[in-house]
Design a binder for this molecule. Structure first.
Ligand SMILES: NC(=O)c1ccc[n+]([C@@H]2O[C@H](COP(=O)([O-])OP(=O)(O)OC[C@H]3O[C@@H](n4cnc5c(N)ncnc54)[C@H](OP(=O)(O)O)[C@@H]3O)[C@@H](O)[C@H]2O)c1
Length: 275
């Protein structure tokens, strides 16, 4: 279940940051291939340039099957600003509602205001649920205190093999409070472990044993805990299909231990890492 959205959402979804920089036809074909392969969770944002219209084009005719997520930039997150920003996103996406609408990162507008805006959007049917992104535990505590339990759909945070900081406190908080944890940049935003590195060799060994790719093994590791999701981005249809296949992989305890040793969690940083 995807937190307060109370929907079954596939663990592997599709990111769209910088997708508007790719060839338009290839980007469109990739999103559609991803949907065909079951990656119905599509993550976009008002900040991602022309990604929203691209997503709108890709989901046209199959909107109801898609779990569509967009985000408001903190500068627009006053009560009225959230409502206006959502309306602009809906127009760009060519739809009348979002399945989840997120605050992209904590900003200067009072969280009470932002959450009031989300509440108004929910009441008018423009969004089905709302969530947050790049929220550390103190921010999450505040959001929970304002909104009350059972209201936050997800917290979208940086999570890849080389950056496991969220495992210290954010992930346990989300699990304890029924909030979906969506890990972004699962391939390090283009910095995936080199095949020749020690970690790369562990990934290759596990991939060979399971008849899959090192990246699929990474995605399976990042979604090993109940309530965790991941949203890799690609601009190539065959890669979208390969990423989608990771949703069906279950890692044995020994494989998880091997990855844990190869990509250690490290100490808890003072502030939550984000891109
Ligand atoms: N909330 C936030 O603050 C925040 C911040 C960052 C990202 N995000 C979200 O998270 C999504 C994913 O993160 P990201 O875009 O930073 O990067 P990412 O998904 O970690 O990595 C994308 C890179 O991996 C490559 N790639 C993807 N699948 C591949 C495959 N199967 N084989 C080989 N290479 C592959 C892509 O290349 P090609 O495209 O050339 O295939 C691209 O260079 C974003 O698109 C966005 O939706 C959210």
């Amino acid at each position: 279940m995807f937190g307060a959205a109370a929907r079954e959402v596939p663990v592997v979804g599709q990111g769209t940051w910088h997708l508007d920089r790719a060839d338009h036809a290839a980007a469109l074909a990739t999103l559609r291939a991803g949907l065909d392969a079951g990656m119905m969770h599509v993550d976009t944002a008002e900040m991602y340039g022309e990604a929203e219209p691209l997503v709108g084009e890709a989901i046209a005719g199959r909107r109801e099957a898609v779990f569509l997520v967009s985000k408001v930039v903190p500068g627009n997150a006053s009560r009225a600003g959230v409502i206006a920003a959502c309306k602009r996103s809906l127009k760009r996406l060519g739809t009348d509602h979002l399945d989840a609408y997120l605050l992209h990162w904590p900003g200067h507008h009072r969280l009470e205001e932002t959450i009031a805006g989300f509440g108004a959007l929910k009441a008018s049917g423009k969004i089905r649920s709302w969530g947050v992104s790049n929220f550390d535990v103190a921010d999450l505590d505040r959001a929970l205190a304002i909104a009350g339990p059972g209201q936050i759909a997800c917290n979208q945070v940086l999570y890849h093999l080389g950056e496991r900081a969220i495992e210290h406190a954010v992930l346990p908080w989300c699990r304890a409070n029924g909030v979906a944890l969506v890990g972004y940049s699962p391939f390090g935003s283009g910095d995936f472990p080199n095949a020749g590195s020690a970690g790369g060799r562990v990934l290759a060994r596990l991939a060979e044993a399971q008849g899959t790719t090192p990246r699929a093994i990474a995605l399976a590791f990042l979604t090993r805990a109940e309530g965790t999701f991941t949203i890799p981005k690609t601009a190539r249809p065959e890669r979208a299909r390969a990423n989608a296949a990771a949703g069906a992989i279950t890692l044995a305890a020994e494989a998880i231990d091997a990855l844990d040793a190869a990509f250690p969690r490290g100490p808890k940083p003072r502030t939550l890492p984000m891109l």
